[in-house]
Write a protein of this length. Structure first.
Length: 578
């Protein structure tokens, strides 16, 4: 029977992820509290050593190019020091004598498109503005760009009044990708079948490869010649550097200051990011590949899209501040860390401007985990900042080298996630065991709940009796119309998951039912999409009695540990047994 079911799943092309969850459908997000002291856990220490050994081996075998400078950091926002630091300095033959001769967490690298985080954040911090505002509210000159278009039709002109700031922040504006990378500025490419270069049509600027920068005047004089790629908010997400230059213009309009001034004094300085730079710093501070052409490259008006420089340590100060709600309010931060649109990759969503990877093959329980990242690539420099909110982790990767590429950064990050996350998850379970697991009782009402940990997500509600009634065997009777006499069924499986609703002395959890894995797999094999029965998002808080939720667990904390458990819908409070 098992082999037959496996064949059915394979033939239908349906993921068996839910079956690997033992029929559970955990909510999206953290399924246990993030560990507060992950670095002290032996499993994490072993994982850190394993990751370093893996990269050493890749360098020694040539899988990770020995010509590439590498700096990697991982940190919990609850700890003062990095839990993982990894650095590799290429041999002298591959290093430029202008730059740093040893790579560490204070070595400066170019961030490239990671820079896009800063104009979006700067706009979010302004008062009286909205992502729903059309960009023309702040940059009215855009209304005149259509005059340069080939024709006044949707094929050739952008409908700028329909392009919101939020659309630009999430690559949904449909506008052209770039302006300063026009190949004609660097060579006549008629040998490729392109028309002969017409000098009168050149911008005579770029900022790349030693050319002069393009300024704002050039943008407004010529960008109207570029046709739209899609209509705003089309299904096809189109990456655009130009959108972030425009958001920078909007910040300047609202503040009356240069964007770089806002960035340095309002964001970097308060966080102590003293080795972050809006323009090229002193060469001695940064890693420069031998004879590199990109360390000095400038972007002119497009600087907010990819011109900035920073270090592992400074980026961790920035990532910590995001997850600790020190740059935005907690509500603003949660809103910022949400997907906005999808891409043609099933594993990649887009935020503002986050690139959000979704994985189900990292944790032991096989649940969905979202990784909020922003990467950057400018030929020899490649970067990644990653926030993993489920575990309160920040990861940073900066690399540089003539033979390096953007996929090298992503592979370094993927290996980091695969190696480290299971260990951090185990550290969280160890802390949860001490803080929440155990038996809670109230003898006066003949009530008891037992919470245990296993390989599945959340806390297993292994027993649940209230006023002498076994909730797990009678839960099926709580429905509309309700059954007055409780039925007796095989025990249903329940797991408790934390929510984001917390205070200093209480945390709110929800007890979510599951189903036998075999039944779930057989059902889902009949559908054309993955996990069709996973409806926790629509099923939570649905059963109520006298306006109180049946699935609502509230832990009362003393010194960070649960001392009591209130079953809100049942009107009883249980004391945790010692």
């Amino acid at each position: 029977m098992y082999r037959l079911l496996e064949l059915v799943l394979l033939c239908h092309g349906i993921s068996s992820a839910l079956a690997s969850l033992d029929g559970n459908c955990p909510p999206l997000g953290a399924v246990l509290p993030a560990p507060r002291h992950p670095s002290s856990d032996p499993a994490v220490a072993s994982a850190v050593a394993a990751y370093k050994a893996l990269q050493d081996e890749r360098i020694s075998t040539g899988a990770l190019l020995n010509t590439t400078a590498v700096a990697v950091g991982v940190k919990s926002i609850h700890e003062s020091s990095l839990m993982l630091e990894y650095h590799h300095t290429p041999a002298e033959a591959f290093r430029d004598p202008r730059g740093a001769q040893r790579v560490d967490s204070d070595t400066v690298f170019r961030l490239a498109s990671m820079s896009k985080l800063f104009p979006v954040l700067a706009f979010l911090r302004l008062s009286g503005v909205s992502f729903e505002d059309p960009i023309t509210k702040y940059v009215p000159e855009l209304r005149k760009l259509g005059r340069e278009a080939r024709a006044q039709t949707p094929v050739w002109t952008v409908d700028w009044e329909s392009v919101t700031v939020g659309a630009l922040a999430s690559h949904l504006g449909g506008i052209a990708a770039d302006m300063t990378t026009d190949l004609a500025e660097f060579a006549d490419l008629s040998a490729y079948g392109l028309p002969p270069r017409n000098d009168s049509r050149l911008l005579h600027c770029s900022g790349l490869l030693g050319t002069a920068e393009c300024d704002r005047k050039v943008f407004f004089g010529r960008f109207g010649e570029r046709a739209p790629v899609e209509l705003p908010f089309s299904p096809n997400t189109v990456y655009s550097n130009i959108g972030f230059a425009l958001i920078g213009f909007a910040v300047e309009e609202v503040t009356g200051r240069s964007f770089n001034d806002v960035l340095v004094h309002d964001i970097w300085a308060p966080l102590g990011m003293t080795r972050s730079f809006p323009t090229k710093p002193d060469d001695s501070l940064g890693y420069i590949p031998r004879d590199d052409l990109w360390w000095n490259a400038t972007l002119g008006f497009e600087s907010p899209a990819g011109a900035y420089y920073s270090t592992i340590n400074d980026l961790h100060r920035f990532g910590d501040a995001i997850l600790q709600n020190r740059l935005l309010t907690d509500t603003q931060t949660r809103k910022w860390l949400k997907p906005v649109t999808e891409t043609s990759s099933a594993g990649l969503l887009v935020g503002q401007p986050w690139e959000i990877f979704r994985t189900q093959n990292v944790t032991v329980d096989g649940r969905l985990v979202e990784l909020y990242t922003k990467g950057g690539d400018v030929k020899t420099y490649h970067s990644l900042l990653a926030l993993i909110p489920d575990y309160d982790l920040v990861a940073t990767i900066l690399i540089a080298g003539e033979d390096s590429g953007g996929l090298d950064v992503l592979l370094l990050f993927s290996q980091l996630v695969q190696t480290l996350l299971p260990a951090v998850e185990q550290a969280g379970k160890s802390e949860t065991q001490l803080a929440y697991a155990g038996t809670y009782t109230d003898t006066a009402s003949n009530s008891a709940v037992s919470l245990t940990l296993d390989d599945a997500p959340g806390l297993n509600v292994s027993s649940w009796v209230v006023r002498g009634v076994d909730v797990r065997t009678t839960i099926a009777g709580l429905d509309l119309p309700p059954i007055s006499t409780p039925p007796q069924n095989p025990p249903a499986q329940f797991r408790a998951y934390p929510t984001t609703v917390v205070s200093d002395s209480q945390t709110s959890w929800r007890a979510i039912p599951g189903a036998p894995a075999e039944e779930v797999a057989a059902l889902e094999a009949q559908f054309a999409w993955a996990m069709p029965s996973c409806y926790t998002w629509a099923g939570t808080d649905r059963l109520t009695y006298m306006l109180q939720s049946q699935d609502h667990f509230v832990f009362k904390l003393e010194d960070g540990k649960a001392a009591a458990l209130e079953l809100v819908g049942y009107g009883v409070t249980l004391t945790r047994n010692e």
